[in-house]
Design a protein around this ligand. Structure first.
Ligand code: IPM
Ligand code: MN
Length: 360
């Protein structure tokens, strides 16, 4: 298969983890006889410094001309501490998602058996966790009207959802649940927010078309508690842009490290693959960042293009790195292995699997 992939490393550890993903995709290309091309472009703080714009036109065009986008991370502390800044890196990612119509952010949370002791939570709580968050990605409070008054003492962010925005991700989430353990949990704040009440009405109506899936709903505050007390009760979680952002970071505690969780952002025309973690500026260029979240995002990319065997081969190589303890220090404090070494090990161990391989 021939794929053109846009590579947006972004800020902080983004470029170095994405570099490991490219190694892995090169290895897949060679092992399975595909042809992938990579085009690197600027986004975020690096793009602001070079062009004044966190999403330069050329970057957007390259993404639109590509089959898929590999994204690293975004954000830089120098912009966080300047409340008067007119542009900041995160705007680049938000605009990119919007321009590409990426409305569904799919974030699996799984506990790998070899890493079960990694979680600060007890093994008996986390060990059977296998859930996926379907996070709405193009509406809600991130994209509402924003303002701050002249005296800088009052600010507004409005949260708006339309029925069609809710409905398109809801269908994806139900389809995913149907193919998994057939349970869908809607997470909202319907006891307070009007948008959440619209989510409830819309999702419960759509549920009638998926009779094989059991639907329930939780308020976000309770969902946060349930996820820590008993994560294995969840199969597919459907939620909005803000609750999904928070719940997915919480999910990474269950998995053992935020450096482990991948994601896919999909829409009608484009798909982008990125770790859920941020730019971790303190670790930049120190060769300590965990590349696994980015590498597992490439497994999601391969699966998206129906290359299941290739995707399994990437996951199998990641599992091998865990069992051989070839991991970065976030996983094992005493580890001497860096980002590059782990990336090389995983890339070198991508191979055709015999039929008996099962990920779980
Ligand atoms: C994420 C990030 C982004 C988000 C930020 C950087 C805008 O936290 O992908 O989870 O909130 O969507
Ligand atoms: Mn986040």
């Amino acid at each position: 298969m021939q794929l053109n992939i846009a590579v947006l490393g972004g800020d902080g550890i983004g470029p170095e983890v994405v570099a490991q993903s490219i190694k892995c995709l090169r290895s897949v290309e060679e092992t399975f006889g595909h042809s992938f091309t990579f085009r690197k472009e600027l986004v975020g703080a690096a793009a602001i410094k070079a062009t004044g714009d966190p999403l330069p036109e050329r970057t957007l065009q390259t993404c639109k001309d590509s089959d898929a986008i590999l994204f690293g991370a975004i954000g830089s502390p120098e912009f966080d501490s300047d409340p008067k800044a007119k542009v900041w890196p995160e705007q680049g990612l938000l605009r990119l998602r919007k321009e590409l119509g990426l409305f569904a952010n799919i974030r699996p949370v799984k506990v790998f058996p070899t890493l079960v002791k990694q979680s600060p939570l007890a093994k008996k709580i986390v060990q059977h966790t296998d859930l996926v968050i379907y996070r709405e990605l193009s509406g809600g409070i991130y994209y509402g009207h924003k303002s701050i008054n002249e005296d800088n003492n009052s600010a507004t962010d409005t949260c708006t959802y339309t029925e069609s925005e809710i409905s398109r991700i809801t269908h994806l989430a139900f389809k995913a649940a149907k193919a998994r353990r057939k349970k869908l949990t809607l997470v909202d704040k319907a006891n307070v927010l009007e948008t959440s009440r619209l989510w409830r009405r819309t999702v419960y109506t759509i549920a009638e078309s998926y009779p094989e899936v059991t639907l329930d709903s939780l308020f976000i505050d309770n969902a946060a508690v349930q996820m820590i007390l008993n994560p294995s009760q969840f199969d597919v979680i459907l939620t909005d842009i803000m609750f999904g952002d928070i719940l997915s970071d919480q999910g990474s505690v269950i998995a053992g490290s935020i450096g482990l969780l991948p994601s896919a952002s999909v829409g009608a025309d484009y798909a982008m693959f990125e770790p859920i973690h941020g730019s971790y500026p303190d670790a930049k260029d120190k060769n300590i960042a965990n590349p696994v979240a980015s590498i597992l995002s490439t497994a999601m990319l391969l699966q998206h293009f129906k290359m299941q065997e290739e995707s399994d081969a990437v996951v199998a190589a990641v599992l091998k790195s865990f069992s051989k303890k070839i991991v970065t220090p976030d996983i094992m404090g005493s580890s001497k292995y860096g980002t590059n070494y782990v990336g090389d090990f995983i890339a070198d161990n991508i191979m055709e699997l015999d039929g008996s391989f099962k990920i779980n």
